[in-house]
Design a binder for this molecule. Structure first.
Ligand code: HEC
Ligand code: HEC
Ligand code: HEC
Ligand code: HEC
Ligand code: HEC
Length: 238
């Protein structure tokens, strides 16, 4: 068969089919191309973009949730691993043995090394962190450079007496369960703002489930509003 003959046969075949099939063939001819087209369209305009979006979303979530906080915060170790649990049992007056109000009403804050020396003038146990305390700080008479998780910037005025003696608040409301801790956590500092992470907030999402998750201006002001305390600028900024 020559090429032209072949062509002719095919054309006549099609013509016959067309005659026979009538509407049926026309219907088939209509449905088939559109259905393959819509599948291709579906892939192109819905599935692929969804996949790309999904992958992008997961990558960004990972960057936002895992990588970004690591880049944003620098971490520092506390000088000594201090167990609140051991010490709250070892002292006589609980928290107030170390965190108390002076006669003038000022709060003592973190105790100095001379407080520790009351019991650790020389080693009393076999714990390596205790050895560090005695050898690096108590014997040479050096202060222990603790990082303060709750430290506010210098422009902020804060008074423990107002909150503990007057408002009768618990330490845990603002600090979380530090008093029950067995180990110190690493101190995290925001590289951009210089704020401690306990001020700037632990959740990247900004959601707050505990009163101590964050302590920015709005967090102080929210409680002041709720409890009817003064909220003028100069209350917290002298
Ligand atoms: C033997 C002394 C001692 C006793 C008792 C003690 N603390 Fe402390 N506290 C410390 C030292 C030292 C630090 C600094 C290291 C650290 O952050 O754990 C500290 C830090 C803290 C901080 C963190 C402040 C900050 O923002 O960095 C809080 C809150 C606190 N103590 C609460 C308590 C509470 C509540 C109790 C009682 C349940 C208590 N402490 C009992 C010695 C003591
Ligand atoms: C009332 C006495 C007393 C005071 C005050 C005291 N300690 Fe202790 N400390 C103890 C006892 C008791 C132990 C447990 C010793 C053991 O069996 O290893 C201990 C253990 C330790 C240890 C090892 C266990 C651990 O990880 O906590 C460290 C570190 C330590 N103390 C640091 C300090 C520092 C810092 C201070 C001052 C802020 C301080 N202590 C004040 C009684 C005291
Ligand atoms: C209303 C919130 C609030 C409450 C309640 C509170 N604190 Fe604080 N605490 C703070 C803030 C804010 C700072 C930081 C102050 C600053 O930077 O000047 C701080 C700082 C501290 C420090 C470090 C001080 C220093 O400069 O060395 C210690 C220790 C501490 N608090 C212990 C306690 C204890 C113990 C209690 C319970 C008796 C308590 N706090 C209750 C908000 C609170
Ligand atoms: C959980 C509630 C709460 C939080 C959080 C809180 N405060 Fe207060 N604050 C109070 C209450 C209640 C008073 C009023 C106490 C009184 O005089 O009876 C007060 C009083 C004060 C006062 C004294 C006001 C005066 O009239 O002299 C200052 C200053 C202050 N707060 C600053 C702060 C700062 C700064 C923060 C955040 C770092 C903060 N507070 C977080 C409840 C809170
Ligand atoms: C209840 C306490 C409170 C009151 C009231 C308050 N502030 Fe603040 N402010 C803070 C705290 C805590 C910070 C530090 C944490 C932060 O930046 O959110 C701060 C931070 C700031 C800063 C940023 C300073 C810096 O170094 O980044 C400015 C500006 C400021 N406050 C202005 C004001 C003005 C203006 C008012 C009155 C409309 C006011 N504040 C009322 C507690 C308070």
């Amino acid at each position: 068969m020559s090429a032209t003959e072949e062509k002719e046969q095919a054309v006549s075949g099609q013509a016959e089919q067309g005659k026979e099939g009538g509407e049926q063939a026309a219907g088939r001819a209509e449905i088939k191309p559109t259905s393959t087209l819509s599948r291709a369209k579906l892939l192109k305009f819905l599935v692929l973009p969804l996949l790309v979006f999904g992958a992008g979303f997961v990558v960004n979530l990972f960057i936002g949730w895992v990588i970004f906080p690591r880049l944003l915060y620098s971490e520092k170790d506390q000088p000594i691993d201090f167990s609140h649990k051991i010490h709250v049992e070892a002292v006589e007056e609980g928290c107030e043995s170390c965190h108390f109000f002076g006669e003038d009403g000022t709060f003592s804050g973190v105790p100095g090394a001379e407080k520790c020396a009351e019991c650790h003038e020389e080693r009393i146990g076999i714990h390596p962190e205790e050895a560090k305390l005695v050898e690096e700080y108590i014997l040479p008479g050096k202060e222990i450079p603790w990082h303060i998780y709750a430290r506010q910037p210098n422009c902020v005025y804060f008074s423990h007496a107002a909150h503990i003696k007057m408002a009768k608040l618990e330490c845990v409301t603002c600090h979380g369960p530090v008093g029950e801790s067995i180990h110190v956590k690493r101190y995290q500092q925001n590289r951009i703002t210089g704020y401690s992470r306990d001020i700037w907030g632990w959740r990247i999402s900004g959601i707050k489930t505990n009163s101590w998750d964050r302590m920015k201006m709005d967090d102080c002001a929210d409680c002041h509003k709720k409890s009817g305390a003064r909220n003028d600028c100069f209350v917290c900024h002298k």
